[in-house]
Write a new protein. Structure first.
Length: 227
């Protein structure tokens, strides 16, 4: 229907149109109100927090990252999977020293190797600890399963104190050669002159430590490290 008033054309809109628009508008407002009510105070609080780049990681029970050669934490020292020992004269004093090695932990592959030397008076004069998996390192490509790796670890611990690992003299002549990276020349020369015994042990694929008691320094020193 059209109405003409003072030269203007007015479109007459049916009343039913306004009723429909009102119903749609009210329905839209109800949806907004319901959605707002479903946002909990906790959700609003979380939304206010800045979590950009933040991450929290839970450590596994007993997990620890410890530098090689230091007493490891998080290790069950009452859980001994295997151990070996040997008595030798080492520090040049009265009595023999007790060499002891143990595989600690719940499983060999995740365990820790603990090597200690105690003198005749029961005093600890040397200790070294490292992950047992270091003893599984080898050039033998057939050692490629957990079972074979564990067998190699156990074998190397069993052979840790073979007679050939103990040297009557740590340094004979100029062998092994002096390397200032490991020991100074004065200590090296003193070990040679005093003819102190030495001990060699493997801690990795190409990592054999040469140690001896130094009368000059009054402690065990590593005088060489090689393949």
């Amino acid at each position: 229907m059209y109405l003409v008033c003072s030269g203007l054309i007015i479109v007459a809109v049916p009343v039913s149109f306004f009723r429909m628009y009102k119903i749609v508008f009210l329905g839209f407002m109800i949806v907004l109100i319901v959605a707002a009510c479903q946002i909990s105070p906790t959700d609003r609080q979380a939304g206010d927090q800045d979590t950009t780049g933040s991450e929290t990681r839970a450590m596994e029970p007993g997990q620890a990252v410890i530098p090689e050669g230091h007493p490891e934490e998080g290790v069950d020292r009452n859980s001994v999977l295997m151990e070996e020992s040997s008595s030798r004269q080492f520090d040049g004093k009265q009595g023999e020293e007790q060499f002891h090695i143990a595989l600690l932990g719940e499983e060999a592959l995740s365990g820790t190797v603990a090597f200690t030397i105690t003198n005749g008076e029961g005093e600890l004069i040397y200790s070294d600890e490292f992950p047992a998996m270091m003893l599984a390192a080898t050039y033998d490509e057939s050692i490629n399963t957990p079972e074979k790796q564990e067998a190699l670890i156990r074998e190397r611990i069993e052979e840790f104190f073979l007679d050939e690992r103990f040297k009557a003299q740590a340094i004979e002549g100029d062998q092994p050669p002096h390397d200032s990276f490991f020991v100074d020349k004065t200590t090296y020369d003193d070990l040679r002159e005093t003819k102190m015994p030495g001990f060699l042990y493997l801690t990795g694929k190409e990592n054999t430590k040469h140690i001896a008691w130094s009368p000059l320094e009054g402690k065990v020193v590593m005088y060489f490290n090689c393949c």
